[in-house]
Write a protein that binds this ligand. Structure first.
Ligand SMILES: Nc1ncnc2c1ncn2[C@@H]1O[C@H](COP(=O)(O)OP(=O)(O)OP(=O)(O)O)[C@@H](O)[C@H]1O
Ligand SMILES: [Mg+2]
Length: 340
């Protein structure tokens, strides 16, 4: 259990700056997810926290103590990677015990710690197997077990589920959340998958090109994204963006738009068919998913637009539909993409 503070973290490799001054505060027991596109610096930031990289400038504090000069081994962090990094020639038991043996902990204590972790992760039956005799999900649980036995103050996960198939990802997501609830540990979790971020986080940190774009609870980010980047990144299918010029100025809905609006954002699940609506959508493909239908099309000249309808629809490709713009569901952004 620990708090974590990052103050003005900058990281450059040679002349290239990757992290441009990151400030963040993580509470004791919080589950924080870093999310952002590939290459935005998520893993680098996690490695800086772990002590595997030194920041070029800035301060890392764990439990209020500056740990910049503390080595990775002594920071009390345990990291779980996407690649599991298990030793192939060692049994599950030995993979979990190895780090503790290196620290010179006595055998009885190691047995008890590994036993407790194995029970927590349902690995008791598998302790004598080698990693090659395990499924992907089981291997990932061993990697997590190896972190748990060290009783870290801070768990750091770098895309731990990306090697698993979709179904297993969903169940492991729940397992990690459950583990968090039972251990009450502080966890920092990196992913580029916004669904993982939405479902797992107490707090999401959206990163872009080495800068924090927004920090908040999942639904705060969904309901009030601060700019078009966060608006487009959080939520699936992605938010639609309409140039303001598409809205006929004489239409009653236009009076509701704040001055300075350049782009209107409307989520596919909030788009509504309305006979007197100001926007006309030309429907292209229709995906019938059973419980919902996803309509792909365009509005105006050629602006892509998607909408989700509940249930099954009689609308087919080639139809045109009128859309309303309910003010409470509209997100208005200025010419720089900032929320108004
Ligand atoms: N040791 C290094 N030397 C030079 N450049 C590096 C080094 N490590 C990372 N980078 C660069 O820093 C940037 C951020 O990399 P990082 O691995 O943190 O991204 P990421 O957000 O984790 O991406 P992904 O989602 O693909 O894992 C990339 O442009 C990468 O090429
Ligand atoms: Mg990464």
């Amino acid at each position: 259990m620990a708090t974590l503070e990052l103050a003005s973290i900058v990281k450059s490799f040679d002349k290239t700056t990757i992290l441009h001054g990151i400030d963040l505060s993580v509470k004791d027991g919080e589950f924080v997810v870093f999310v952002g596109p590939s290459g935005c610096g998520k893993s680098t930031l996690l490695r800086v926290i772990a002590g595997l990289e030194s920041p070029t400038s800035g301060e890392i504090r764990i439990d209020g103590q500056n740990v910049n000069a503390v080595s990775a081994a002594h920071r009390g962090c345990a990291m779980v990677f996407q690649s599991y990094a298990l030793y192939p020639h060692m049994s599950v038991y030995d993979n979990m015990a190895f780090g503790l043996e290196n620290l010179g902990i006595e055998t009885a204590q190691i047995e008890s710690k590994v036993g407790a972790a194995a029970t927590l992760l349902r690995l008791n039956e598998l302790l004598q197997r080698k990693p090659t005799q395990l499924s992907g999900g089981q291997r990932q649980r061993v990697a997590i077990g190896r972190a748990i036995v060290r009783e870290p103050k801070l768990f750091l996960f770098d895309e731990p589920l990306s090697n698993l198939d979709a179904e297993l990802r969903v169940s492991m997501r729940a397992e990690i959340r459950d583990l968090h609830a039972r251990l009450k540990a502080t966890m920092v979790y990196v992913t580029h998958d916004q669904v993982e971020a939405m479902t797992m986080a107490d707090k999401i940190v959206v990163l872009r090109a080495g800068k924090v774009e927004q920090v908040g609870a999942p639904l705060d980010l969904y309901n009030r994204p601060v700019n078009t980047f966060v608006a487009g990144f959080i939520g699936s299918p992605r938010m639609n963006f309409l140039p303001i010029a598409l809205l006929p100025p004489q239409h009653p809905d236009a009076a509701l738009i704040p001055p300075g609006t350049h782009t209107i954002g409307l989520r596919p699940e909030h788009a509504q068919i309305a006979a007197d609506g100001p926007i006309t959508m030309k429907v292209g493909q229709v995906e019938q998913l059973g419980s919902t239908s996803l309509l792909h099309g365009t509005v105006g000249q050629d602006t892509p637009f998607e909408m989700v309808c509940n249930g099954q629809t009689g609308i087919t490709g080639g139809d045109t539909v009128k859309l309303g713009l309910p003010r409470q569901d509209m997100h208005c952004f200025d010419k720089d993409g900032q929320r108004i």
